[in-house]
Write a protein that binds this ligand. Structure first.
Ligand code: CP
Length: 335
């Protein structure tokens, strides 16, 4: 494996093999598998889980890692092309990335969406401009419209819970959040559940429809796997018979890049906070998923996060296991 950039690049059999490997590495540790290997981690956007889980994954497999982020004591990094660097930044990304990559056997890169122009973000212009600078194997640790590591971990969590693939009902629901957040997790989650063969419903208020290209990608994946994709703004209809509700906030696609208009619209939906009444006509054991971090009392009520429906901690632990499997395959761990 040279790149881990999008679950769409892998067959369902290849994904299942990664999940099987992740489970095996959990029960049968391989502390020598990646001895001498180094993973470079470049965080141009903040993180808790991704940063910690990649470092833990490399350590558990006997390798090492290092982290670079703009908040560290480094020279300011300039990323604009063609700029005359007479300001504060003393280092350009065009040199920084190849240097960082040259110290490792693979590199993980996180660069959130710019959220100015939806077409530029949909085309992954920023992430591609970074990966174009290197030949090293790389891992997408969250780009404008993708978060494949989260999706692989979430697929494993669904398998661990024995949630049916075909016939399983998966609700991806928008939730209120005071800020306009990226589309990466909803985009990746929608595609993951569809590719797994589930019946996926996107539940969102008007103005928060996901881009048509993302919906179409998911519909194609669902058709290939025996699932389906629908969308609605009707909560009760969406939750009917649901096995899973996966909550996430995202930006209004009607006001992408316009914080003021986005905020005016989202503030009309303060009641989109998942609490027990949401589950009235779901499966009795319907579970709550979220990638974290999550705002308590805003996105979801404490009663859900602290109750038996929540699997958010299992999801987060599966990040480490799923990434161990990716690293094992990418960096040639003995099988
Ligand atoms: N879910 C996730 O990617 O968490 P972090 O942003 O903390 O890495």
């Amino acid at each position: 494996m040279k790149y881990f950039n999008d679950l769409a690049d892998f067959s369902n059999e290849e994904i299942q093999a990664l999940i099987t490997l992740a489970a095996r590495l959990d029960t049968n540790p391989e502390p020598e598998a990646l001895r001498g290997k180094v993973l470079s981690l470049l965080f141009l956007s903040p993180s808790l889980r991704t940063l910690a889980s990649f470092q833990a994954a490399m350590t558990r497999l006997g390798g090492g890692s290092f982290v670079i982020s703009p908040e560290m004591s480094i020279h300011g990094i300039e990323s604009r092309p063609g700029i005359v660097m007479d300001g504060a930044a003393a280092e350009h990304i065009r040199e920084a990335i190849p240097v960082i990559a040259s110290y490792g056997d693979a590199i993980g890169i996180r660069a959130f969406a710019e959220r100015k122009n939806i077409d530029a973000d949909m085309q992954e212009n920023e992430f591609t401009s970074l990966t174009d600078l290197i030949d090293t194997p790389y891992i997408n640790m969250e780009s404008a419209m993708n978060h494949p590591c989260q999706s692989l971990a979430d697929w494993k969590t669904l398998d661990d819970l024995n949630v049916p693939a075909n016939g399983g009902k998966f609700v991806l629901s928008w939730a209120y959040h005071p800020r306009a957040l990226p589309l990466a997790v909803p985009a990746a989650t929608l595609h993951m559940a569809a590719k797994r063969g589930m019946d996926v419903t996107v539940l969102r208020p008007e103005g928060f429809e996901l881009p048509q290209a993302l919906m179409q990608k998911a519909i194609s994946a669902a058709e290939a796997a025996g699932g389906s994709v629908t969308e609605t703004d009707q909560r009760s209809e969406a939750m009917q018979g649901a096995h899973i509700i996966y909550a996430k906030s995202w930006s209004s696609t009607h006001h992408y890049g316009n914080k003021i208009n986005d905020q005016k619209l989202r503030e009309q939906h303060l009641d989109w906070c998942v609490d027990e009444p949401w589950f009235a006509n779901a499966k009795d054991d319907c579970r709550f998923m979220h990638c974290l971090p999550v705002r308590r009392g805003v996105v979801v009520a404490d009663e859900i996060l602290d109750g038996p429906r929540s699997v958010v901690i299992a999801e987060a632990r599966n990040r480490m296991l799923a990434q161990m499997a990716v690293l094992h395959q990418m960096l040639g761990g003995a099988s």
